[in-house]
Design a protein around this ligand. Structure first.
Ligand SMILES: Cc1cc2nc3c(=O)[nH]c(=O)nc-3n(C[C@H](O)[C@H](O)[C@H](O)COP(=O)(O)O)c2cc1C
Length: 307
């Protein structure tokens, strides 16, 4: 590290990241799509699009709608499936110096477990992020993330099969997110990430129809940042494992808020769509902020909220 450069490293279980800025699943493709726009080597980690055992074609169109300061999506977890992911998408990560976090989803505890077992054999997968929270899929997703016992069962199943860090991604569509966070911590998660999208809808007053073919979808972007921040703050006080903050993060100033609330790292999501270099800019801005504040490491910020 150069003299005068603040230490940005972040630790998630046994994984040490060069900085605490990750991309959010589903907003950064499989990484390679952004290689011409972003210097991927500068990111803490790349979290790729959610992967299921078999390929999924997703929901009918239209499946994305712009809203005030955000967007609604009902993509329905379209993805190439585990085997194509491993043969076609994974090798790209040999070329970059940033770890890959694979985001997984399933319809049953058994599917999560099988995915974890398969990805354990792929050394390029540095960590797993387990999506127990997607609101778009009619079966699976929602049920795992809203019930503490099921959330714990999924975590335990993945934990049994995967020896590297397991991050469980929480749904905000629950009454008390700390209950789910504690359940997955007890199930063996190395970290939690939050939040996934908030369930919402939009209606076209002219046609009287929903704007999304799926009727409801997940709200993301700057509009959800205050909700995400509140939940990160609550969860960081409730668990001992690292918390990864997600929700509307667009600038380094946003990231600083999440770190102060108790997050160890952050993910940049919807911002990638309107500002493809946002994640890299957050890295630069964070370093500049630390220098200006006279801080030597990003760790000094974590949980530094003054009440
Ligand atoms: C188009 C789209 C696709 C997404 N796909 C996934 C996914 O496959 N798996 C997942 O865990 N989260 C998925 N998410 C949720 C994001 O990773 C993130 O948690 C959420 O959008 C909130 O962050 P943001 O406001 O920065 O976008 C998706 C979000 C969007 C907008």
């Amino acid at each position: 590290m150069a003299i005068g450069q603040p230490d940005l490293t972040a630790r998630i279980g046994s994984l040490i990241l060069k900085n605490p800025v990750l991309t959010a699943s589903g907003t950064f493709g499989y990484g390679e799509e952004f290689a011409a726009l972003v210097n991927l080597d500068r990111l803490g980690a790349v979290v790729v699009k959610g992967i299921s055992l078999k390929a999924r074609s997703g929901n009918p169109m239209p499946r994305v709608v712009e809203t005030a300061c955000g967007m609604l999506n009902a993509i329905g977890l379209e993805n190439v499936g585990a085997e194509r992911f491993i043969t076609e998408k994974l090798p790209f990560f040999q070329k970059i110096r940033t770890p890959l976090v694979a985001n997984i989803l399933g319809d049953s505890v058994a599917e999560y477990r099988t995915l974890a077992r398969r990805l354990e054999r792929e050394s390029l997968v540095a960590a797993l992020e387990v999506n127990i929270s997607c609101p778009n899929v009619k079966k699976g997703g929602v049920a795992f993330g809203i019930d503490p016992d099921t959330a714990r069962a999924v975590t335990e199943a993945v934990r049994k099969e995967f020896t590297r860090p397991v991050i469980v991604k929480l749904s905000p569509n629950v009454t008390d997110i700390t209950v789910i966070a504690r359940a997955v911590e007890a199930g063996g998660a190395d970290a939690v990430s939050l939040i996934n999208t908030l369930l919402g809808m939009a209606i076209d007053g002219e046609t009287r129809q929903p704007r999304l073919a799926n009727i409801v979808g997940g709200l993301s972007g700057p509009a959800i940042k205050p909700v995400a921040l509140r939940m990160v703050w609550q969860v960081a006080r409730a668990v001992r494992i690292p918390v990864i903050g997600i929700g509307g993060i667009t600038t380094a100033a946003d990231a600083v808020e999440f770190l102060l609330a108790g997050a160890t790292a952050v993910q940049v999501g919807t911002a990638n769509f309107f500002s493809p270099r946002a994640s890299e800019e957050v890295v630069d801005g964070l370093a500049a902020y630390l220098r200006k504040q006279g801080l030597e490491s990003v760790g000094e910020l974590i949980g530094g909220l003054i009440l």
